[in-house]
Design a protein around this ligand. Structure first.
Ligand code: PMP
Length: 395
């Protein structure tokens, strides 16, 4: 067998072994999602693995907007944005995003992953430097690698190490990229300091708000609002339309020249089909709901705070999380699987994250509560986590 065959065989063996032991928890199909609940195998379970942070999935205004777009434009687009694929809906969505993120303009892509891949590799290339936090999302790393710029990674949220990276980059054009909220650990980037360093060393700053849009800031406008920074603190404001916003897609908001440049040069805009009408309309409606229903942001803060403090009081290690993403560290992979199984048996749907997704020894359940949960749901989740954690020896 050659190296490719060996890799495929090794992965298949790992999957088969886990399945045989009843410890395989990936790609579990759910047949219904409603508020804090998920239905799996005809069992209604408490959902603790959703990114719908503000509980907007199924919101009637959003569903209505999607239906109307479907009726008016059909199910798909017939081309790429640069040519005939642009609909009035796309422009309306982009204007809405720009307003929400206090930017001059915005561009929407068909996924968050593609946004990072395409935008990073459009903005930097050979001879430039791209500087990335070590815990940044895979799509950022992939965009950096695709760009062929000199990739310098700095220690997670370590500002002294970021400064060393900026100095090392010398006189090259520099792009610094960070997640606002880190997707595995739930901690927040030190944006004021990143911003100061970028200004000082004349680097462009790009921030991925996949997990902070709708979550950070008093009214959910994101990380600038959280730190009370001016709207132009970030040059390239990236986000997804697939988490808080219950649709699909990704976006960049920024100044008009940047957006015009991306709309003529980034390959995902030029060579890949436009967002489907229903998805674009749903995304636009979702931004409007966040503006109209700010109580959701406050409720998310309340229930995720309860969850986090409850877990810490029980003795769980939740790293430095301060958001809705809560890592519940189990240590080794096997304990993460065992604890997941114990939770599922009690109708709590949480999922494990193991290596290589996270470093060896830091396997975890990554649990989230959302604005769709009430305090009594959080209490139930804590009871089940306590029991499961004791059963597998995590606490
Ligand atoms: N950035 C971050 C930080 C993410 O967590 C994700 C999704 N897991 C993405 C980008 C990609 O977004 P999408 O799922 O919309 O492609």
């Amino acid at each position: 067998m050659d190296a490719i065959g060996e890799r495929i065989a090794a992965l298949n063996e790992r999957v088969r072994n886990l399945q045989a032991d009843g410890l395989y928890f990936m790609q579990i199909p759910s047949s219904a999602l409603d508020g804090p609940w998920v239905t799996v195998d005809d069992r209604r379970m408490l959902m603790l693995a959703s990114y719908s942070y503000l509980g907007l999935l199924g919101h009637p205004d959003i569903a209505r907007a999607a239906h109307a777009a479907l009726d008016r434009f059909g199910a798909g687009t017939h081309g790429v944005r640069l040519l005939a694929g642009t609909l009035t809906l796309h422009r309306e969505l982009e204007e809405t995003i720009a307003r929400f993120k206090r930017a001059e303009d915005a561009v929407a892509y068909s996924s968050g992953y593609v946004t990072n891949l395409s935008v990073i590799s459009t903005l930097v290339g050979r001879g430039d430097a791209v500087i990335s936090d070590k815990l940044n999302h895979a799509s950022i790393l992939d965009g950096c690698l695709l760009s062929r710029a000199n990739l310098i990674r700095f220690r997670h949220n370590d500002m002294a190490d970021l400064e060393r990276a900026l100095i090392r980059a010398g006189s090259a054009a520099k792009l610094v990229i960070v997640d606002a909220v880190f997707s595995m650990d739930g901690d927040v980037i030190n944006l004021p300091e990143v911003n100061r360093l970028c200004k000082y060393y004349r680097a462009w700053l790009m921030v991925d708000e996949a997990h902070s849009l709708g979550v950070l800031g008093r009214t959910g406008h994101g990380i600038e609002e959280h730190f009370d920074l001016p709207p132009d603190a970030i040059d390239i404001k990236m986000g997804t339309l697939s988490k808080t916003i219950p649709s699909v897609g990704g976006y960049i908001a920024g100044n008009r020249d940047l957006i015009t440049y991306l709309k003529h040069v980034s390959r995902a805009y030029i060579f890949s089909a436009a967002l489907p009408p229903a998805s674009a309309a749903a995304a636009k409606a979702a931004f409007e709901v966040i503006e109209r229903e700010p109580w959701r942001v406050e409720k998310l803060r309340q229930v995720s705070g309860l969850f986090l403090s409850g877990l810490r009081a029980l003795g769980f290690d939740t790293l430095r999380s301060e958001t809705a993403i809560v890592p519940v560290i189990t240590g080794d992979d096997d304990r993460a699987f065992q604890m997941t199984r114990a939770c599922h048996r009690q109708d709590v749907f949480a999922l494990p994250v193991v290596s290589p997704g996270v470093p060896v020894g830091l396997a975890r359940l990554r649990a989230t509560v959302t604005a769709a949960h009430d305090p009594q749901h959080v209490e139930r989740a804590l009871e089940v986590f306590a029991k499961a954690g004791r059963e597998v020896g995590v606490i």
